[in-house]
Design a protein around this ligand. Sequence first.
Ligand SMILES: C[S@@+](CC[C@H](N)C(=O)[O-])C[C@H]1O[C@@H](n2cnc3c(N)ncnc32)[C@H](O)[C@@H]1O
Length: 203
Amino acid sequence: MPSQDYHYVNDLIILKKKHHLIKHIDDSLPTPEIHGTKVWGSSFLIMDYLEEHPPATFSEILEVGCGWGLLGIHCAKTYEADVTAVDADPHVFPYLDAHSVINDVELDTLTARYEDLKIKDMKGYDMVLGGDICFWDDLVEPLFSMVKKAVKAKVGTIIIADPGRSPFLKLAKLCQKEFNAELLERTVRKPRKIEGNLLVIKA
Ligand SMILES: C[S@@+](CC[C@H](N)C(=O)[O-])C[C@H]1O[C@@H](n2cnc3c(N)ncnc32)[C@H](O)[C@@H]1O
């Protein structure tokens, strides 16, 4: 594979838009409709946090609003986690599948909205993770409701990351009040300089 067609970050192979597999998906399948058109930066903030606070080997992890799923793929590859990747938009999954194959891991995928996830769906998961998922005001309530259900389901750790958009900060405020959540600042330098916040909720 020509090196200019992919990045290698945190032990992950991430295909660039010009890679022939990505071009093939772009040309032959429907385009993702809710911003799942690339790998967003906040997932790298969570990967960096997990390096200091690693999940136990074989943890059960739910990645919500997964898009291309690189965060979940990283957890499967680095921590041998059992990952379910959830997104409202099924058109993201061909990109996730291409990255799973190329990184030699398998993930379960599920088409569902945050608000569709029930307490019973989240039971048994050790972590719920999501990068760049709270970017509109009307996502605050569904995500807060999802967090409440995850806490009731006794998910040990919930982490949502964002550059600091106002809907995310609203969600953070609600979670700080209700669950004593932490709001942490984080910066990474790879694949580029990315700055943002981590919202960490411990059940
Ligand atoms: C900005 S992208 C981030 C994707 C990925 N987490 C990343 O870091 O690259 C937001 C993702 O959330 C998904 N999404 C938006 N609204 C959603 C909802 N209500 N329920 C589930 N997924 C949703 C989109 O389809 C998209 O893949």
